[in-house]
Design a protein around this ligand. Structure first.
Ligand code: CTP
Length: 447
């Protein structure tokens, strides 16, 4: 019996896919089709896949050509599948000519001619009217956002709004986009809003964007009060709009994989989490000067709270803050210590103290260690009692990571039921709640 294998994403199943599977089947007696997981596609930079894994598998199944369907989850899997399934022929379309020649040491490699003038990418472009994103605020992160957006198909940075007109004009000129001098004009020209203005202005901008019918991606921390977060999510829901908090770690494939391993029981029941992020800042930077909204916790707290709230949930029994303050009263270094019903956690961040930025998740059987920069998760290890017993995991983290958030925003647009997947509303509300508690305790009252 001749066994054939082929792989693909098979998004928006089209004639090219059908013809490829038909000819692949005809090469032998038994055809195995590997369908990529969403995470694998993300990891290899194929963002914007529309159909879910289940839909894509179902579409391959319906052709009747596949005798067996498997999922392709990681780099290097093809090689092990060929051995595992005793494959005689590996085949893919001619767009891959040469790329899989190395496999010919193990089985025959056949490149089938690709069907002309059709591809998933083409169908995705046709389907999607390009989303025009408008940016409010044009600080450092907004520059990175413009660069990252270029790598996501289906979006266009339309323009910028900033009440400081001169600053907006400069930014617009640099990136060759529009500068709008009034919010009304801005809203009339965009479909989505990226809020990257100072923290304290987020609430008003998010609210007015939602009232004007725009989807919103808000920089972290989205807002600094629980009631505001609840109100804005309720408004988004009422207006059938997306509201997402932009904590890039939450959307990147490595962190997602890490959460999967943490939740798999591999390290037993989780009992402790330590997350640390420090960044030495020049004393004249906004973060160390703005005595109302600066300081290490407001700046970096969202990152370190993320793994803790994701893993232990939102219902902690106790939360205590310890801080080292600078001369102007801003926290240079902060530790938030949590007690949850089943474990403990510390979230540490610093702008004036440097430490190892690692994430450590300890369980009853072992621990997961992610070295700095864990918030751009590319590599982590699982350790056990036996120090020689170490499992290693690697994932890609492309560019600055913001592309993953933008991509998720688009995914939510195509399928609103997928909402609440990578970062839930509950988690964003919980982060706002912790921020509120921090501000109330450290700075007297909510401002
Ligand atoms: N394929 C083909 N003819 C096409 C499109 C795809 O023969 N017109 C083949 C590919 O070469 C591959 C398989 O179908 O062997 C699955 O390809 P996939 O990457 O899922 O499809 P594309 O349409 O190429 O997707 P994209 O545009 O997202 O790259």
């Amino acid at each position: 019996m001749t066994k054939v294998i082929t792989y693909g994403t098979f998004d928006l199943f089209h004639e090219g896919h059908y013809r490829l599977l038909q000819r692949a089947k005809a090469l032998g007696d038994y055809l195995i089709v590997g369908v990529t997981t969403e995470n694998f596609d993300k990891a290899r930079g194929k963002l914007g896949v529309i159909d879910s894994l289940m839909t894509r598998i179902e579409n391959v199944r319906k052709t009747g050509f596949a005798d067996e369907i498997i999922i392709e989850e990681q780099v290097g899997q093809k090689f092990s599948d060929i051995k595992k399934y005793n494959i005689d022929i590996f085949t893919v379309g001619s767009d891959w000519v040469g790329k899989f020649d190395y496999i010919s040491d193990y089985c025959k490699v056949v490149y089938l001619e690709r069907t002309k003038n059709i591809s998933s990418t083409m169908l995705r472009e046709q389907r999607r009217h390009i989303q025009r994103i408008g940016i409010i605020g044009n600080g450092r992160i907004a520059n990175r956002f413009v660069i990252e957006a270029k790598s996501v198909s289906g979006v266009n940075i339309q323009g910028v709004y900033n009440p400081h007109v001169e600053s907006a004009n400069k930014f617009a000129e640099k990136w060759e986009i529009n500068a709008y001098s009034t919010l009304e004009d801005f809203y009339n020209n965009v479909d989505m809003v990226y809020v990257a203005s100072p923290h304290e202005t987020h609430y008003n901008y998010i609210k007015s964007s939602l009232e004007n019918g725009k989807h919103v991606l808000a920089e972290k921390p989205m807002v600094l009060q629980k009631s505001q977060a609840e109100e804005l999510f309720a408004l988004a829901k009422k207006n059938n709009l997306i509201l997402m908090e932009g904590i890039k770690t939450a959307y990147c494939p490595g962190f997602h994989r890490l959460l999967g391993i943490a939740g798999s029981g591999k390290i037993g029941s989780i009992r402790n989490i330590e997350a640390c992020f420090t960044k030495l800042e020049a004393p004249n930077h906004r973060e160390l000067v703005d005595t109302k909204y600066g300081g290490s916790f407001l700046e970096l707290g969202s990152y370190v709270l993320l793994p803790i709230l994701k893993i232990f949930g939102e219902n902690y029994e106790r939360l205590r803050f310890d801080t080292i303050l600078g001369d102007n009263g801003l926290d240079l270094f902060t530790k938030a210590s949590f007690k949850f019903p089943t474990g403990l956690a510390t979230a540490t961040c610093g702008l004036g103290v440097k430490s190892e930025g690692r994430l450590l998740i300890s369980g009853t059987r072992g621990y997961i260690l992610v070295s700095a920069p864990w918030w751009k998760t590319t590599y982590f290890e699982v350790h056990y009692e036996n120090p020689n017993d170490i499992e290693k995991y690697g994932e890609t983290f492309l560019g600055d990571g913001l592309r993953y958030e933008i991509n998720d925003l688009l995914m939510q647009l195509t399928d609103k039921n997928r909402n609440d997947f990578r970062l839930t509303r509950g988690e964003s509300i919980a982060i706002a709640n912790v921020m509120e508690q921090f501000i109330t305790e450290q700075r007297g009252s909510i401002m």
